[in-house]
Design a protein around this ligand. Sequence first.
Ligand code: MF3
Ligand code: CO
Length: 236
Amino acid sequence: MAGACRIAAETLKLVCDMARPGIKTLNLNRAAEAYIIEKGAKPAFKGYRGYPATLCVSVNEGVIHGIPNSRALKDGDVLSVDVGVLIDGFYGDSARTVIIGEGTAETIRLVEVTHAALHAGLGQAVAGNRLSDISSAIQQVVESNGFSVVRDFVGHGIGRRLHEDPQIPNYGKPGKGPLLKAGMTFAIEPMVNTGSADVRILPDRWTAVTVDGKPSAHFEHTVAVTENSPNILTKL
Ligand code: MF3
Ligand code: CO
């Protein structure tokens, strides 16, 4: 899995470094796909349940699963990029949110809090904890900062398949669910809204957007549970 995760992390870096006002998300998608294929890997999302692209690119009120298109990014956009990679039979999955050009005080805080929430969750991915310790840690960071946790989508187990059990909600009471053991691998992925937690799906049947049109952010890492500190496989 380390191999798949490294390529996913490198692809995210490539794409986020390219993202600036004027660039189209389709161009980001093309660069990501070329990079993954050059590494001898496969884009994991393309063709998954009919998803048409290598990247998910979700802009502003976009929460997740946005399909790349020919609209140009502009100053202040909140861009969430998600990528999955398959190589040698194993998957890696990672996402990051960046602000194009200059953000507002609120969008900057949204991105910081969502990133902090992911890392709070990752910090609980240690042997001996319960699964919902991850969920609870994420919810605590998000809500104590006045933002809301999206409940319609969850993190997941990952390995020989992109989505494996268990589902990992980004909210819940601690101390519940399966006991974590060394060697378990998870994709932990908080989606955080500045306004209401509610989302709806656009007529393209993929793009999830906030119902109130306010901005949303998404960070994801694939992590391996160990006896000690979590091994974040999609960290460069
Ligand atoms: N990281 C997201 C997930 O695990 C992205 C999946 S996109 C899809 O659900 F196209 F593969 F569905
Ligand atoms: Co995922």
